[in-house]
Design a binder for this molecule. Structure first.
Ligand SMILES: C[S@@+](CC[C@H](N)C(=O)[O-])C[C@H]1O[C@@H](n2cnc3c(N)ncnc32)[C@H](O)[C@@H]1O
Ligand code: SF4
Length: 451
């Protein structure tokens, strides 16, 4: 099979029907006004997108451009300057809101390509402009962190949580994925992070790789659980039509992915292998052995408020969702001319936000706590969600044994664990991946309709 946007049957169909959204290019001043008016909470998270990689992994669905190591320093210096300008613009827009930044996270692309000295500047700027602790969580490639001095410099500069793209402990899988690091590099990167004093280490693994067997995957999970890491995140290899791998599979140049039956077995292999080794399921794809901690990204993206900085970044105030231009050149030109680099935006109604919150808690974090819902929305769960189509879908999932409902919480059953995977990946492929695909076509489209 191919895990593309149509792979999840009824869930792919529902994702396409249920999450229709139209992004429009905002007029001058409109986005600044909307951001300011819709930010109702003072605690916000910050996301910084670093759209550079020193190569291309053939299935990668993210917004990134390949650059050569020799040009990194020049490009990064320009890009970081633009980021600082963008942050300054946001601090002006929100100057009367007394925002406190409670989480700073960088994704990509490859944030570990940015040396420590620049992270220090970025974090100092954020602390100067908002109330913020100079600490950041970044996604990292083992290629960058095999160097001990470079890694300890990152940690000294404020990088205190790292999500490392290990992907596999099997050289054949790394080769098929087009990774440019070895298993030894991954192990060295973990050691370097630990000895530098990094507070929290997550490693990403990928399954459903062409030619991977269920036994290969279980072996990877076991090897991962023996490493000195705090969290293990397991992603199925998702395939978008604009990836190189998609074309190679379609042309028969590389084998297709394992079957649907194997997919289900691989999903449950995570659930059956990691908890007995002390890693507790904190998301449907994430397992942590540090009580009360997880490498958080999806909650802020789905629930807000999140300020997104950088080329290709998305932000969500809670009532307004926006996306920056996906062209690095246009992003830099725009901020240097004192214009927000927002290419598309849309309003998000309270009920839609409540549904996003519920879907994220239940289908990603495994459990929805109705008390937390009331705290977030100052309204009851039934009052906000009760009369929506989403509520009918939840009833159906309950009747079919996918979820269980008590007075105060709704949680996934073991059967629902696989259903949640299908819902989650159908959504990812049909909504965020489609948004990125559309915005990669043109830097400033006037309108984008999703899916
Ligand atoms: C932005 S990357 C992490 C940092 C760095 N760019 C790297 O790859 O090492 C985020 C993670 O997405 C996952 N990923 C990459 N391609 C994927 C795909 N086609 N489907 C699902 N997850 C994927 C990988 O596990 C990767 O570590
Ligand atoms: S998986 Fe990571 S390193 Fe590979 S191309 Fe994508 S963002 Fe870059």
């Amino acid at each position: 099979m191919i895990l593309d946007r149509n792979a999840f049957g009824v869930w792919s169909f529902i994702a396409k029907r249920a999450f229709k959204a139209t992004f429009l290019r905002p007029r001058n001043g409109e986005a600044a006004r909307a951001i300011c008016e819709t930010l109702k909470e003072t605690n916000v998270a910050v996301y910084i997108h670093i759209p550079f990689c020193t190569g291309t992994c053939i299935f990668c669905p993210y917004t990134r451009i390949p650059i050569h190591r020799s040009e990194c320093e020049r490009i990064i210096e320009k890009y970081v300057n633009a980021l600082l300008r963008e942050m300054k613009m946001y601090s002006k827009i929100t100057k009367d809101l007394s925002l406190e930044v409670v989480d700073i996270h960088a994704g990509g692309g490859t944030p570990s390509l940015i040396p420590g000295k620049y992270w220090k500047i970025i974090l100092e700027k954020l602390s100067e402009l908002f109330e913020a602790e100079p600490k950041i969580a970044i996604e990292a490639n083992p290629e960058d962190l095999r160097d001990e001095a470079y890694t300890s410099n990152l940690v000294e500069s404020g990088v205190n949580e790292v999500s490392l793209g290990v992907q596999s402990f099997n050289p054949k899988m790394l080769k098929i994925l087009g990774r440019r690091h070895s298993i030894e590099d991954s192990i060295k990167a973990i050691e370097n992070l630990r000895s530098a004093g990094c507070k929290y280490i997550n490693i990403d693994l990928m399954y459903m790789v062409p030619e991977q067997t269920l036994e290969d995957w279980i072996k990877d999970l076991e090897t991962a659980s023996q490493q000195d890491v705090d969290e293990i995140t397991c992603y199925p290899t998702l395939i978008t039509p604009h990836s190189i791998g998609y074309k190679l599979i379609k042309e028969g140049k590389i084998p297709t992915q394992p079957s649907r039956k194997v997919f289900k077995k691989m999903v449950y292999a995570c659930e059956d292998t990691l908890p007995p080794k002390g890693f507790k399921g904190v998301e449907i794809y994430g397992y942590s052995r540090r009580v009360g901690w997880k490498y958080v990204t999806v909650n802020y993206e789905m629930e807000g408020p999140l300020l997104g900085f950088g080329c290709g970044a998305m932000g969500f105030t809670g009532g307004y969702e926006y996306i920056n231009t996906h062209s690095v050149k246009d992003y830099i030109d725009s901020v240097l001319n004192d214009r927000l680099p927002i290419a598309g935006a849309r309003e998000v109604a309270l009920v839609e936000r409540a549904i996003r919150y519920t879907a994220c808690r239940l289908f990603v974090c495994r459990i929805l706590n109705k008390k937390d819902f009331r705290l977030k929305f100052s309204r009851g769960f039934n009052e906000l969600i009760g009369r929506t189509g989403f509520s009918k879908a939840l009833r159906l999932l309950k009747i079919t044994g996918n979820i269980e409902e008590g007075n105060e919480r709704i949680s996934l059953t073991r059967k629902g664990f696989f259903t949640a995977h299908q819902i989650c990946w159908a959504f990812v492929l049909n909504v965020p991946c489609r948004i990125a695909e559309e915005y990669l076509k043109k830097p400033w489209p006037s309108k984008v309709v999703i899916p």
